[in-house]
Write a protein that binds this ligand. Structure first.
Ligand SMILES: Cc1cc2nc3c(=O)[nH]c(=O)nc-3n(C[C@H](O)[C@H](O)[C@H](O)COP(=O)(O)OP(=O)(O)OC[C@H]3O[C@@H](n4cnc5c(N)ncnc54)[C@H](O)[C@@H]3O)c2cc1C
Length: 544
């Protein structure tokens, strides 16, 4: 394209970018909105909306797959960080999990930025606007659910997928109950503590990429187009410069939705960031903003694979008895266990009595090992995902140079605080106990199978009474991120409560990078409503 002009430029056609552009276009048909996406349009690819087929896209052409710096707390391993590179962004790669954070987490966010619009109650109108909730079941918090929004949300036991009853569903639930974890069917007042249903974004057994759930009919979409930087007149953003040298002028606003890793890079390349970094790269400082790129958070996690005593029983994907096609109308994941640390552990690390009760970890059972090195998907194993929900470790995203084609420098600092180490070790112990030492699972599972290959050979299987040291070492050897990164253009530090970049005009950020703190759920259930609320601020500004 040649130079162009429009009312709004949205940079990044990912999960939030599609929602923002779509809603802006719907708000007034006369508004001109240009949505610019570095990747291609994956709509023609049959894998793009499937659940299991989506896994095959990891590492392929729809994935930026950034490489972290070597991580000191995980034996200097370089972590591959999957990140959507397509229209739809992360929604093309993601697993479809739709798990809201605990109400208390949203309230922490609102308190931190002193803005009640980001509290649990503040979020409710936007939860409702986003969701088409199927089967609220016993959930007592029905005013926090929507029934005519674009995103279809179902639980495994909901009406539409009622036939998806996994053979190990009851034994797994029973195992956690044996460990003293309560079943929480009601989610009263937005509490997710205990054993809750696994919800997912699923329509007729398919995921809903953001670019189809949020129609882009009257939006000018530029795919395979990279934005190099934001252009300013004084301190007012007036448009963007593309990698091909052309410019797109924005009469009203530029909205960055390039994601946790790229939004801070774009801000820095545009002269907004820590001056020491900008000076070193030879970028003139437009606005000194020391927190750009700081505060990177993610849900660090460990997967375990468990060998079944009877692989022919049909408990796991790949077994010849696993034949009910309904079982694959979503990822075969089941039950979400979200728990605080026991009082005797958390009181050593947290003096605030309210925070002592926060859910710090989550465990989900998986009836197919999700890419664990050396573990076959042949019905012989099930797996678990054990993840930190509110990590206190923080990383940094920075730039390597002033060149937009250099990928960002990413130092996640996973597992770098004592609280994170204590929490994940405890969570892993609970997971091992649930799978290996409960009466309901002992007869089903033979033992843990450690990962192998990729430099991991010779690991010793963990048992239900494995020591904290042995577990911590395994986490250092095999722990990975859970693709839930955020925080690098944090609300309250880099942007204000409406997403406007502090210190300049005409520039907003509306993606995962503005999440000021980690939230104890899975991000898309928050990011879509967050985008809906930010669009409402943009529309309000038009009206004023
Ligand atoms: C493998 C995987 C599994 C996941 N599973 C789940 C799950 O089950 N449940 C859940 O809730 N969340 C899940 N997530 C996380 C969720 O998808 C992300 O949190 C979400 O996509 C972030 O949205 P975003 O809009 O901030 O960024 P993205 O969706 O990543 O969008 C950013 C977009 O900007 C584009 N872009 C970047 N730089 C530029 C540039 N300079 N010019 C133009 N375009 C640019 C990118 O190509 C990308 O399309 C998963 C993520 C991954 C990768």
């Amino acid at each position: 394209m040649s130079d162009a002009s429009t009312d709004y430029v949205v940079v990044g056609g990912g999960l939030t970018g599609c929602a923002i552009a779509s809603r802006l276009g719907q708000s007034d048909k006369k508004l001109k909105v240009v949505l610019i996406e570095a990747g291609s349009d994956s709509s023609g690819d049959p894998a793009a909306a499937g659940f299991l087929s989506g896994l095959s896209l990891l590492g392929g052409k729809f994935d930026h797959v950034y490489q972290s710096n070597p991580e000191p707390n995980t034996l200097n391993r370089v972590h591959s960080l999957n990140s959507g590179k397509a229209l739809g962004g992360g929604s093309i790669l993601n697993f479809g999990g739709w798990l809201r954070a605990d109400a208390a987490d949203y309230d922490d966010w609102a308190e931190m930025v002193r803005d009640k619009r980001w509290s649990y109650d503040g979020f409710k109108p936007w939860f409702r606007k986003t969701e088409r909730f199927h089967g609220s079941g016993n959930d007592t918090d029905t005013d926090a659910h929507g029934f005519d929004g674009p995103m279809h949300v179902v639980s495994i036991s909901a009406a539409e997928s009622g036939e998806r009853k996994y053979p190990l569903r009851e034994p797994v639930k029973q195992a956690w109950t044996e460990l003293g974890v309560s079943f929480n069917p009601q989610k009263e007042k937005g509490s997710i503590t205990g054993i809750t249903e696994f919800y997912e974004n699923s329509r007729h057994g398919m995921r809903q990429p953001a670019n189809t759930a949020y129609p882009l009919e009257n939006i000018e979409v530029l795919t395979n187009t990279i934005v190099n930087r934001v252009i300013f007149s004084g301190t007012t953003a007036t448009g963007v410069e593309l990698a091909n040298g052309h410019k797109v002028t924005a009469r009203r606003e530029v909205i960055l939705c390039a994601g946790t890793y790229r939004t801070p890079q774009l801000l820095m390349l545009s002269g907004i960031g820590p001056s020491a970094i900008l000076n070193q790269a030879g970028i003139p400082v437009l606005h000194e903003s020391p927190h750009v790129g700081q505060n990177l958070h993610d849900h660090f996690a460990i997967y375990f694979a468990f060998r079944l005593r009877d692989p022919s029983a049909g408990y796991a994907l790949g077994s010849s008895s696993w034949q009910n096609p309904a079982l694959c109308k979503g990822l075969p994941w089941d039950w979400v266990v979200s728990e605080p640390l026991p009082a005797e552990i958390i009181t050593k690390h947290e003096s605030d009595a309210r925070k002592q009760k926060r859910n710090l970890y989550e465990v989900i059972t998986v009836y197919t090992p999700p890419g664990i090195p050396g573990i076959p998907v042949d019905g012989t194993h099930i797996a678990t995902s054990t993840m930190l929900l509110l990590p206190t470790s923080r990383g940094v995203v920075s730039i390597r140079s002033s060149s937009p084609s250099d990928p960002p420098r990413i130092q996640p600092n996973y597992f770098s605080t004592l609280l994170d180490r204590v929490t994940l070790v405890h969570a892993a112990k609970q997971t091992l106990k649930a799978m290996l030492a409960t009466s309901s699972m002992q007869s089903i599972i033979e033992g843990e199978t450690p990962p192998s290959g990729q430099g991991l050979d010779g690991l010793i299987p963990l048992t239900a009474d494995a020591s904290g040291e042995a577990i911590e070492e395994r986490i250092r050897q095999t722990g990975i991120q859970h693709h839930h990164s955020g925080g690098t253009a944090a609300m309250g530090k880099v942007v204000n409560g409406e997403g406007k970049v502090i210190g300049v005009k005409g520039l907003r950020v509306a993606d995962a990078s503005i999440l000021p703190i980690p939230l104890g759920g899975h991000p898309q259930a928050t990011l879509y409503p967050m985008a809906e609320q930010i669009v409402s601020f943009i529309i309000q500004d038009i009206l004023e």
